[in-house]
Design a protein around this ligand. Structure first.
Ligand code: GDP
Length: 314
């Protein structure tokens, strides 16, 4: 990408899309389109066809999607399947029809890997076994997107790449406690308890499953680097290669927030996949400088930002 290349970010309002936007601006890119879903509904094929016919971007970050945590996914599996499949298929077909020279970057998710894996999980585990039930709809839709990138490259020569980000957190996350992800959920519950003077919070499951925690801007940096330096049809993990138990994540957040109350575990809520630590050798080979910040540093960035705090506590 040149600094004046025409870049389109679909999904620029969310956690990862907004981080990509911020990091592109910091790196000096000046020609960035960030249509929001109200003006460009990706479920409507005509809308994305017309938009690309007019704008003809050179680079497309397809970050838009219906996203949610374990409970959001579990409650609306058909919506997650339908919306996420249709959106990427509409976008890639419209690229083929209107701007076939554009390069496309598409994030899948580590939930596309089977429920059980040797750890760490490398990219060859895609379609190697049964999926975890709690996020099956989302995982199958993401698998559709990853496969679409490979097949549109094969049949039409579209320069499409896909990346598999691990569990993310950062600015502009979805702080809906019921339907959001674990990391923003824990940050919100612990901050609220401190603010309200509560001595106890309830988290879900047993607290023993293990998850990585990647700061959204580190993921965005890797994504921008890959857009500039990677063109293979082989997907590529973006993780930290290091995981914590959910109990450990909660303790780190408690310490940084400065709240010392008690955690109750609601065993009626699912644990989901037990562990999904990413093998990041492929990424490190291409982008050796990749060196994400720690969870402790990331949590501090969020809780020391007035605007984010307001958003979390509102
Ligand atoms: P996943 O990584 O795709 O499974 O989705 P999440 O980011 O929602 O993480 C789910 C894991 O965190 C499960 O083991 C949950 O039981 C556990 N967890 C503990 N407390 C919470 C919470 O408050 N919200 C969410 N979303 N998950 C929680």
């Amino acid at each position: 990408m040149k600094t004046d290349s025409k870049i389109l970010i679909l999904g620029s309002g969310g956690l990862l899309g907004s981080a990509i936007h911020r990091q592109l601006l910091k790196k000096g890119y000046t020609n960035i389109l960030t249509p929001r879903s109200k003006e460009l509904n990706l479920l409507e094929k005509d809308q994305i066809e017309n938009y690309l016919k007019i704008e003809k971007p050179e680079f497309v970050f397809m970050i838009a999607g219906l996203v949610g945590g374990i409970q959001g996914n579990n409650k609306r599996p058909a919506d997650f399947l339908y919306q996420n499949s249709i959106m990427i298929l509409n976008v890639i077909e419209a690229i083929k029809n209107n701007c076939p020279k554009a390069k496309l970057l598409y994030p899948g998710s580590t939930c596309i890997y089977p429920k059980e894996n040797p750890q760490p999980i490398n990219e060859d585990r895609f379609m190697a076994g049964k999926l975890e039930e709690t996020n099956k709809g989302y995982a199958v839709a993401k698998g559709v997107g990853v496969t679409a990138c490979q097949l549109y490259k094969k049949q039409y020569g579209i320069d499409a790449i896909s990346v598999m980000p691990t569990n993310l957190y950062g600015f502009n996350d979805n702080y809906d406690i019921e339907n959001g992800h674990m990391l923003p959920g824990l940050i919100k519950k612990i901050l609220l308890a401190k603010n309200n003077g509560d001595r106890q919070i309830t988290l879900w499951g047993t607290g023993t499953p293990r998850r990585e925690a990647l700061y959204s801007e580190d993921c965005a940096d890797a994504i921008i680097y890959l857009m500039n330096n990677y063109s293979s049809d082989q997907m590529i993990n973006i993780g930290t290669g290091f995981d914590y138990s959910i109990k450990e994540i909660a303790e780190i957040i408690k310490t940084e927030v400065g709240w010392s109350g008690e955690i109750k575990w609601d065993l009626s809520k699912p644990d989901g996949t037990f562990e999904k630590r990413t093998d990041i050798q492929r990424l490190k080979k291409i982008y050796p400088e990749f060196n994400p910040i720690t969870l402790k540093e990331g949590v501090n960035k969020i809780i020391n930002d007035k605007e984010q705090l307001k958003r979390i506590l509102s």
